[in-house]
Design a protein around this ligand. Sequence first.
Ligand code: HEM
Length: 443
Amino acid sequence: MDTNKDIPTVPLNKFIKHSLEILKNPLPFHRQNFNDKGDTFRLKVGFNTEIFFSRDTALAQYVLQKNQKNYVKSKIQTVDLAKYVGEGLLTSEGEKWKKQRKMMQPAFHKRQLENLLSGMQDTIVSEFATIATNKSIDLFPIVNDLAFQTVVKSLFTKAAKAKDMERLQFITEANQRMLVRELRQPYLGWWFKISGTLDKYLNLSKEARTILKGIVEERKASGKRYGDLLDMLLETRYDDGKGMTEEQLIDEILIIFTAGHETTSNALTFSFQLLAKHPEWQDKIYEEWLNLGGDDADVMTRISTSKVCQQVLEESMRLYPPAYFIDRVNVEDDSFNDMHFEAGSNLLFSVYEMHRHPELWEQPNAFMPERFADGSRKFSSQYFPFGAGPRKCIGNNFAMFEMIIAVTELISKFKIYPEFDEIDITPLITLKPKNAFLRFRKR
Ligand code: HEM
């Protein structure tokens, strides 16, 4: 019996007809269907496969928060990504996830993160020192490197060899590119296996694990403490008093690299593009920075009091959420309002569409950071850049701290100008910027 009959359907032939444009950028296709069918529709993507797309914020809260026990992540994270980065916080489920989350949460508390701030700032300052002025440059590679180095330095304050880190960055990014290929071209799965392509990338993961094992063992043997994330992860304990196994620790480090670098570099790049388009907000950030004491202000004060900068970042992640969709599968049958979902249904929440829902946001496509003047909590039922519920991003404070330092640092030293007409996007696993060409002038 077709128990989902009340949810409008987009037929398979429509999906096939638009498949080429969906491969390039699925967002206009989603938008069209939301406009035609309403806030939740099901899309037939095979003869027996369908995905429920939703921009219904109440349903998202129900699935991610209220009834989260009945929902697991889809295989994209728990199988496809896990084969490269292992089974850790982002990729595990059930009791294993719960145990890891409880154990790792303290390492990401605001107070613990304070120890990492001056290292973050040094990394950001030296990265921006490479910016060339008065010519058009692509900001994304600079910011991407900044985000990777920030994670590296926060994990390993000392003793990380530059050559090893370059290799880890190369491997993390290469494996993410391979995962995108696998997800976008699932019909080539057999070819990736027999041609040895997949093995090539799995071997890269092994190489990354060997590098990390060396770093961890060296740290343990040194008997020294640096107060970085690695120390915290080595010292934290499960309820039974035991620490993580070395293999588990390596999984978690690989996951922090993966989850913590591309998302942040996308958010930062979009923010700078928006600032270039809206110079009045550069002026407001600069004024705030001056009022807070400029370069003399201590970094924690700067983070906790840079309200304008925070509003700009929040508005930027509303318009361009790096994690632009969140997916779940229900374990048992479930109903919400008039909708029924049989066990095993694939639900995909479009964060991008929820953040631009015309009934929820005034002028949804306009850049208006002032809407966040009272903080993002005001919109907690419709604003999900870091997800919601127990699986909400563990690195959200880390990311906000890093981004506030980066934006205030750059805007206090440079005026930025756009070298593009409209902001263009590449929706892959994360929502990536496409044309972040900017011109910089020293203040
Ligand atoms: C702007 C930057 C970031 C954005 C937009 C972002 C977004 C998200 C979202 C939406 C989720 C939830 C996914 C889901 O429910 O399926 C998530 C989970 C996660 N994020 Fe982030 N993230 C960011 C930065 C970071 C950073 C800097 C780190 C680490 C240093 C990090 C580590 C993680 C981890 C480990 C998880 C899995 C948590 C769990 O399942 O318990 N993220 N992130």
